[in-house]
Design a protein around this ligand. Structure first.
Ligand SMILES: *Cc1c(COP(=O)(O)O)cnc(C)c1O
Length: 472
């Protein structure tokens, strides 16, 4: 450790990047975290266990074995504080990690706010988002267990691309079921997945019983993540050499993303700042957890008092309008029951552009922490999020993914609150991906063709009325 300007900095290399007017805070590769942080070790009250839908009893590791390799299942149920990142995974991470942390000085100026705004940029990964942090780890553990093929779902295509990339590195076949509306909106994502050697199919498809039954009742279905998950799970469950990979929601996925927050911590230390507010967008909760959980652990241990803000789309508002209850993770009811904020597994959200946020549920860990009051949640409409994203692009040059626009909007709102109050707050948000494959969304926005379509409240009410009954 070295000292400069009263601040402890991390190494000689990092010290050289320290300057008072810094905009980009680079972390030396030597200081890339060696472990993932498991927030389950710091929870004041334990998570409700996943249940077998048939018996209502908690499931055991062996129940998940047809779908996931044992090392990932053990991470799913672990309460160890730190879990070592395998060397092979760290070697691959080094291609783009540590990712940069930026101070958004020009955005601060545009907003005329006394707040400092920092953003961690995960769009520098090969596929353009935070998703490879877990895709690479999941492909590694599957390969180690002798798996030949992975099946998965994808919304906007970020997860499908990330898993396709990871599959190419480890020589695994990858089949991706892509939500129909996004499949049509973002054709270049399919081409990227194919470039990595994966197969990409629009969901609902005729390849699975789950897909066929949805198409039978609604041939024009736009699809949903819940439906695509059913298709991928169904295919994986049928074959011994095939397993399933999920891009969000599960504990082990959130665990792998904690490298984001741990790096941010070191980088803000170099900058000499402590965050007052941390903001992220939430689809299944993984990028939000990634940047938040290492800091949230400090709150849980009584070492800090940071505000955490999860931002979701107003037309798929699981955290702000859903019910905290046991539900299926998929529409076809093939998964175990998990306790989470849910809009009901049969709910199909309107076809807005932030495809990665169109999930009926939320990660059990994020749901639990919202329910216990450690995380606040809010929602915004699509057009105001694009307004924020375009303002950000003009100031900072990076065009955010439509999902990430929700985090940008949340951070700008916090900066404007600080301005009203005349407070110099430090705001940190996760810029979880770039929008370079989402230009149709921006074309629609500039053409005035985006609408803030309201979700169907009666459909949610019906989906919630049909929640599985659990005697707890
Ligand atoms: C997948 C994705 C999301 C939503 O998933 P989380 O698990 O909530 O992070 C958000 N932003 C981007 C860029 C994504 O690719």
């Amino acid at each position: 450790m070295f000292k400069k300007g009263g601040q402890e900095v991390l190494s000689e290399m990092d010290q050289s990047s320290y300057s008072k007017d810094r905009v980009k805070i680079v972390l030396n590769e030597k200081n890339m975290p060696t472990h993932w942080y498991n927030i389950c070790s710091d929870l004041p009250t334990p998570l409700a266990p996943p249940l077998n839908p048939g018996t209502g009893e908690p499931i055991g590791p062996e129940d998940l074995a047809p779908l996931f390799p044992m090392k990932l299942i053990m991470q799913e149920v672990s309460t160890d504080k730190l879990i070592e990142i395998p060397d092979e995974v760290r070697d691959i991470y080094r291609q783009w990690r540590p990712t940069p942390l930026y101070r958004a000085r020009r955005l601060e100026k545009a907003l005329d706010t006394p707040a400092k705004i920092y953003y961690k940029y995960e769009g520098v990964s090969p596929s353009g988002s935070h998703k490879p942090n877990t895709a690479v780890a999941q492909a590694y553990y599957n390969k180690e267990e002798g798996v030949k093929k992975l099946t998965t779902e994808t919304g906007a295509g970020q997860w499908g691309s990330a898993l396709a990339f990871a599959g190419a590195l480890f020589g695994l076949e990858v089949d991706v079921y892509m939500v129909k509306i996004s499949f049509d909106q973002k054709p270049y994502r399919k081409a990227l997945m194919e470039s990595y050697g994966a197969r990409c199919v629009a969901s609902p498809s005729k390849e699975t019983e789950s897909g066929k039954s949805i198409l039978a009742s609604n041939p024009k279905s736009t699809g949903s993540l819940g439906i695509a998950i059913s298709e991928a799970v169904e295919m994986a469950a049928q074959r011994d050499d095939t397993k399933y990979a999920l891009g969000s929601v599960l504990n082990h996925v959130l665990l792998h993303q904690t490298i984001i927050g741990q790096e941010s911590m070191k980088q803000l230390e170099i900058a000499g700042d402590e965050p007052d507010v941390i903001v992220g967008c939430t689809g299944g909760g993984s990028n939000f957890a990634g940047i938040s959980f290492p800091y949230l652990g400090k709150n849980l241990r009584g070492e800090s008092n940071i505000k955490f803000l999860a931002v979701e789309p107003a037309n798929c508002p699981s955290l702000t309008k859903g019910k905290f209850a046991y539900d299926f993770g998929d529409t076809g009811k093939l998964t175990p029951l998990v306790k989470m904020h849910t809009l009901g597994s049969s709910f199909v959200p309107p076809g807005f552009h932030a495809g990665g946020l169109r999930y009926h549920g939320m990660s059990p860990l994020v749901s639990h922490l919202v329910n216990e009051g450690y995380i606040e949640a809010t929602s915004f409409n699509q057009i105001e999020c694009f307004d924020a994203g375009v303002m950000f692009a003009k100031a900072e040059g990076i065009l955010p993914a439509p999902e990430a626009n929700h985090a940008v909007k949340g951070a700008i709102s916090e900066a404007l609150l600080a301005k009203e109050a005349g407070e110099s707050k430090v705001i940190l948000f996760n810029l979880c991906g770039h929008g370079n494959f989402d230009m149709q969304a921006y074309t629609d926005y500039f053409g005035g063709n985006l609408i803030d379509e309201k979700y169907d409240e009666s459909e949610v009410a019906m989906a919630l009325a049909n929640l599985p009954s659990v005697s707890t």
